[in-house]
Write a protein that binds this ligand. Structure first.
Ligand code: TRP
Length: 489
């Protein structure tokens, strides 16, 4: 009995036998499946079990509270709702933020097709929010080589073609061009990056790669090596145009990697090697998967139209898909539903609202009323349709503005500009107009001019924050006064 719902992934997997014959939960970069029960029914992924098996930490309330104290920002709804649920050493990144020390964000995508669905946007939405929150550089890796190596049929030309359309979709999420570098492996491998790839590969044995990824004797050696490419991107020293060329300094700058939990094996391996070669270990922050329309345990597929809401779907298509295909936790008849209530834990429309509806109070009202049988499935679907239409059309508006020139700019090897924590004095310089590339990058000393410029930038940023805070407080006070007046009247 095949247990992996994604037949395509199964075909391309180096270890299909694991997922196919045990019926057990399998989550790695090439297989994502919750397994099957005794009757062959697909099961939802057990994420607590993953935390245990992978040895990661759960994102808990104290961590979120500390995050809010340090950044002055309410945690993203993905964090509040346990959608971004697990981490490795995220607290070390917060320590650095607190002290004004540098770190950067790293995420990526395998350009395997032109069809981007809502599930793909989840880690990117979250990454954009982290970039806005921390004000740090971000590198986005497009693994065209991976998608070629892990497919029997894709050609190099094909995956390279997907790179530019995928880059446009990624840019449309709203990344800041001054702080974001996007690259494709086929273009960027070489120089400092290649040196790191080889450093990493030298420290991984075939036995380790087999244990981590399940490779076997018939796996092509490109696949076996690929992990060192995805891993080497975690090292700041791979990007001298951003962090400077002095490895004594750049090896101390860690990455924070927001990713779906299936990517963890790559970085477990990278963290091991980092420790051995005295490079800062990357930290990770993991997200869950968005179920396919067919319900818990099913997976959105770029090649199956009715499995997902795609970012190019029209409002009408979204409406039809949700109404026709979204798995419902409601009861068979209206009478029964009103008597017994619906099950939000399996209801796809409700689950999508958890991902995309910002307002906590509204979401809670929907949950209570659906479970009480007051809100009917059709009504719940209508709310979900409205939210998804708004999300997708917002994306489409931004996507329409992204040109080939925009892509070329994001992919240009250039210095980036960022400020970091505006509340603390700068510890580490950024590269100003490429000056640092000439020997003053990383943690090094800055010229007086650079320092002055940065200090000014910081002060401006702090002023902006203060103003915004005052504005918010005034608005809140006004709202409270209006509410009080309303009550009296
Ligand atoms: N391997 C990922 C994929 O197939 C792409 C990727 C590369 C990535 N580097 C990453 C994803 C870092 C998350 C974080 O989609």
């Amino acid at each position: 009995m095949a247990t992996n719902v994604n037949a395509e992934a199964l075909k391309e997997s180096p270890i299909p036998e694991v997922a196919a014959h045990t019926g057990k939960q399998t989550v790695d970069p090439y297989n994502v499946s919750g397994g099957v029960d005794a009757n062959g029914v697909q099961l939802a992924i057990d994420y607590s079990k993953l935390i245990e098996e992978f040895g990661t930490k759960k994102i808990d309330q104290p961590l979120l509270e500390r995050f809010e104290r340090l950044t002055g920002k309410k945690p993203h709804r993905f964090l509040r709702r346990g959608i971004v649920f697990s981490h490795r050493d995220f607290e070390l990144i917060l320590d650095r933020y607190e002290r004004g020390e540098p770190f950067f964000l790293y995420t990526g995508r395998g350009p395997s097709s032109d069809s981007v669905h809502v599930g793909h946007t989840v880690p990117f939405e979250f990454t954009k929010w982290l970039q806005d929150t921390f004000d740090v550089p971000l590198v986005i890796m497009l693994t065209d080589d991976e998608k070629y190596l892990f497919s029997e049929k894709r050609t190099i030309e094909e995956v390279q073609g997907y790179c530019s359309t995928n880059a446009k979709d990624i840019i449309a999420i709203g990344f800041d061009p001054a702080k974001t570098f996007i690259f494709s492996d086929f273009d960027f491998v070489g120089g400092a990056f290649y040196r790191n790839i080889v450093r990493l590969s030298k420290h991984i044995t075939l036995n380790q790669a087999r244990a981590i990824f399940g490779f076997n004797e018939s796996t092509n050696i490109g696949r076996i090596h690929f992990g060192s490419i995805q891993g080497a991107t975690s090292w700041a020293s791979s990007f001298p145009h951003i962090f400077g060329a002095d490895e004594k300094k750049t090896t101390k700058i860690p990455a924070l990697i927001p990713c779906a939990i299936d990517q963890d094996p790559y970085f477990r391996m990278t963290r091991d090697v980092s420790a051995r070669i005295q490079h800062a270990k990357p930290s990770l922050i993991h997200s869950k998967f968005l179920d396919a329309l067919q319900g818990p345990g099913t997976k959105m597929s770029a090649s199956v139209d009715e499995s997902a809401i795609f970012m190019k779907d029209t409002p009408k298509q979204i409406q039809n898909k949700i109404n026709k295909h979204a798995f419902s936790g409601g009861k068979e008849t209206e009478e029964e539903h009103r008597r017994l209530g619906g099950d939000t834990s399996v209801d796809v429309s409700y689950q999508y609202l958890r991902f995309f509806l910002e307002d906590d109070d509204e979401l809670e009202k929907i949950r209570v009323s659906y479970e009480a049988g007051e809100l009917l499935t059709g009504q719940l679907k209508a709310i979900c349709i409205r939210e998804l239409q708004a999300y997708v059309s917002g994306f489409q508006e931004r996507r329409a503005k992204v040109t080939d020139e925009t892509v070329a700019h994001f992919m240009d090897r250039r210095p980036l500009q960022w400020v970091g924590n505006p509340r603390v004095t700068i510890v580490v310089p950024q590269i100003v107009d490429g000056e640092a590339a000439a020997g003053e990058g990383g943690d090094g000393k800055m010229t007086k001019n650079q320092l002055k410029k940065l200090e000014k930038q910081k002060q401006l940023e702090a002023k902006k924050l203060q103003k915004q805070k005052e504005k918010e407080e005034a608005a809140a006070a006004a709202a409270a006064a209006a509410a009080a007046a309303g009550k009296e009247a």
